[in-house]
Write a protein of this length. Structure first.
Length: 215
């Protein structure tokens, strides 16, 4: 029962529709503009960084709050250890972000919220994934490609770190992050479709290698 309560609280926290709220402050429904996605990337694309950056930060905080705060609320005995509870609460917060009850279950793609959760539970794999994300953005200029690559890098880096360094990541952590990576790929299925057609939108200013090459 205690775990169920923590998961419900995590879902409700993750479901806070930050992109929709901030876009409303600018007088629009973000779901009716750009890609129609209620996330930080679409908000940034439609309204600029002054709106997109706060959305991204709030989404990261949602995941971190679920894993660091809600998971540690002492409301009763739990069936698994705290480390696993933190991961489960974070994953449920991601589900809340993607399927928010407050916004007709039409949310974002979960990358920033997942990042916040993983920062709290596995900062070293997240640092590796951040490097993958930045390298992918540097080469492609596409946030979607960077997000997919970073999500997949989390379980891979955790496995390699566990195997070849003194850091320890239990199989359940690797399995849950692998499942989360698959979910992130699923939420980007429309982006993948556009990539295959050569129609995916990019941020040319982020494709820094071209700018360096021109010099």
């Amino acid at each position: 029962m205690a775990l169920a309560v923590l998961l419900i609280l995590s879902y409700l926290t993750g479901a806070f529709p930050s992109a929709i709220v901030i876009a409303r402050l600018h007088g629009i429904d973000i779901r009716e503009h750009g890609s129609g996605n209620a996330g930080a990337t679409n908000t940034w694309r439609v309204l600029g960084w002054r709106a997109g950056l706060p959305v991204a930060l709030i989404d990261v905080v949602k995941g971190a709050t679920a894993a660091l705060g809600i998971a540690r609320i002492p409301i009763g005995p739990l069936p698994v250890n705290l480390e696993i509870v933190a991961i489960l609460c974070g994953i449920v917060a991601v589900l809340g972000h993607v399927f928010p009850v407050y916004a007709g279950f039409r949310g974002g793609k979960g990358v920033a919220t997942a990042g916040g959760m993983l920062l709290a539970t596995g900062p070293v794999p997240v640092a590796c994934a951040l490097g993958v994300f930045l390298l992918t953005i540097f080469l492609s200029g596409m946030i979607s490609v960077g997000s997919i690559a970073a999500a997949c890098a989390i379980p891979i880096s955790a496995f390699l770190l566990d195997r070849y360094t003194d850091l320890s990541y239990p199989p359940l952590f690797i399995g849950l992050t692998a499942g989360l990576a698959l979910f992130i790929v699923y939420t980007h299925r429309t982006n993948i479709g556009r990539l295959l057609k050569g129609e995916e939108r990019s941020f040319p200013r982020l494709q820094l290698w071209k700018r360096l090459y021109r010099r």
